[in-house]
Design a protein around this ligand. Structure first.
Ligand code: ATP
Ligand code: MG
Length: 219
């Protein structure tokens, strides 16, 4: 059995066409069923639905052989684990594309604030990535961990800036925030459990190759 971990929402929706191109059809309707394990047309392949940030955990510990997760989630997860916990990342699926950015209220003079060298409070779900980014710039920041709705932090005085994912920028705009620094481009990656790759080498190799061809067609 090959188990693929996906998160509901854009990762699931954008992975389905790639799976289909790889010859795997999810036969349960994810929108209607409350099942967390979905069957496919292949008796040897199943999909498990987990929280986006739980995908690396499932794949690392063998709860799933493969998974799809955003580079944001994977890098943040890697920063929390040592090299022994590093997952095999064979493929950029080029889906769920966005960027990790620093944003502030539109009326804030960010360049001036940075120049003054004052300590700045930054709210984010990505504390490791944010710490790395500001450390590389030699900036001292106080990081405030949030689990959602980062946009609210600068509007309420909780923080001067946020580090968050941006795609169209419409959420920032609706909240009178502006992107002031681009940290990195993000897309979803295929991740593989290294032990599974040894034990189920042939079927997993086939899956990875099929995904790779599907990405090539999509690109
Ligand atoms: P949870 O809801 O469990 O807290 P989440 O909110 O991070 O997780 P999603 O919003 O589905 O879950 O995001 C999953 C992944 O999709 C992210 O890790 C990121 O890589 C990517 N992503 C997030 N926001 C966007 C966006 N606006 N545009 C494109 N891709 C995005
Ligand atoms: Mg979300």
């Amino acid at each position: 059995m090959i188990t693929l971990a996906l998160s509901k929402g854009r990762i699931f929706d954008d992975t389905l066409p790639l799976l289909r191109a790889a010859g795997v059809e999810v036969t349960d309707d994810a929108d209607k069923t409350r099942k967390l394990i979905l069957a496919t047309n292949r008796p040897d392949v199943r999909v498990v639905l987990v929280r986006a940030s739980d995908v690396p955990t499932y794949v690392r510990h063998g709860g799933a052989d493969l998974g799809v997760a955003g580079l944001d989630v994977l890098l943040e997860d890697e920063a929390e684990h040592d090299a022994a916990g590093t997952l095999y990342k064979p493929l950029d699926l080029k889906i769920a594309r966005c960027r990790l950015s620093v944003a502030t209220r539109a009326d804030v003079d960010w360049a001036g604030t940075v120049r003054q060298g004052a300590r700045i409070a930054v709210a984010t779900k990505y504390t490791h990535l944010a710490r790395q980014h500001f450390a590389a710039k030699g900036m001292h920041v106080d990081l405030i961990k949030l689990y959602g709705s980062m946009e609210l932090a600068p509007l309420t005085g909780l923080a001067e800036a946020i580090v968050d994912l941006v795609s169209t920028g419409s959420t920032l705009k609706a909240n009178k925030l502006v992107e002031v620094e681009h940290i990195m481009d993000i897309s979803a990656r295929l991740v593989v459990n290294p032990a599974s790759l040894k034990l189920k080498r042939e079927p997993l190799r086939q899956m990875i190759d099929a995904f790779e061809s599907a990405v090539g067609v999509q690109a």
